[in-house]
Design a protein around this ligand. Structure first.
Ligand SMILES: [Zn+2]
Length: 269
């Protein structure tokens, strides 16, 4: 039974042996400044409303970079990528009409960043623009680690066979000494993202299984200590996918779906 009476106390409802508080309501918490009020003359901004993703840190990694094609020696240097070393970075794919993957990744990442930030998340990008070289795959992972991100996502588009279309999410496979701590949360993240992204794009029909792939050869996953996935948004070599990827309105829809997928994971109980 709940007792709501402050004036008379609730002695009648106390269990045997318990005593009513002899000082009545004196130990009720006193109002504290800042709890919905400010002192006179205080020009502090009103408290911000709590947003759904307040407190969450998300690292968004736009794959490749606009300067990579002109920096072969830099992007081909070998860097730690798990048990074996791999190239620092690659140039990425492009559509038949020459729309480059790095530009697509950058544009979509900004749309995702804006939506996550509007939901209250702290968003960290792994590169400041689309004009540079790299960063290397291990450095991209390290940015997520250093940010102690709740979630990291690497955004890409594939260069698959022209006859195949659709998206897939890549989660880390088991790599001893590397991915064990992030295997389970990354798998859940991958499923949440897949289940939202299928609203705008079908599962890939040329690889992966129901939109989900597990890989042990990606340095960006192997070197991550925070839950992380890659999203291959579509196949740039397929004309249907390319029409979507080059359409800014479609990229808005894609950004919405990615934000929904990450939110689904972040807001899990
Ligand atoms: Zn890529």
């Amino acid at each position: 039974m709940l007792c709501l009476s402050l004036a008379t106390g609730c002695a009648g409802s106390l269990p045997e042996g318990a005593r009513p508080n002899p000082e009545g309501t004196a130990d009720l918490p006193l109002p504290t400044p800042g709890a919905g009020e400010t002192a006179a003359g205080d020009n502090a901004a009103p408290p911000r409303p709590q947003l759904p993703l307040s407190g969450a840190t998300v690292v968004v990694d736009p794959g490749h970079n606009g300067g990579n094609a002109e920096a072969a020696s830099e992007i081909n240097k070998q860097v730690p990528a798990g048990p074996e070393k791999k190239a620092c970075d690659t140039v990425g794919a492009s559509t038949g009409d020459g729309y480059p993957e790095h530009e697509f990744n950058w544009d979509l990442s900004l749309r995702v960043r804006d939506r996550l930030a509007a939901e209250g998340a702290t968003v960290v990008l792994t590169r400041p623009d689309n004009k540079g070289v790299g960063p290397c795959v291990n450095e991209r992972a390290q940015i997520g680690n250093d940010a102690e991100a709740d979630v990291a996502i690497s955004i890409h588009a594939d260069g698959g066979p022209a006859s195949g279309r659709g998206f897939h999410v890549i989660a880390p496979g088991e790599v001893a000494g590397y991915t064990e701590p992030i295997l389970e949360p990354s798998r859940i993240l991958a499923e949440d993202l897949r289940d939202e992204f299928v609203e705008v794009q079908p599962h890939a029909d040329y690889l992966a299984d129901e939109g989900l792939d597990f890989r042990t050869d990606l340095g960006g996953l192997n070197m991550s200590t925070v839950p992380k996935v890659f999203l291959e948004v579509g196949n740039m070599r397929n004309s249907t996918d390319a029409a979507n990827l080059t359409d800014p309105d479609w990229r808005d829809e894609a950004a919405e779906a990615i934000t929904a997928g990450l939110s689904r994971y972040l807001l899990r109980d």
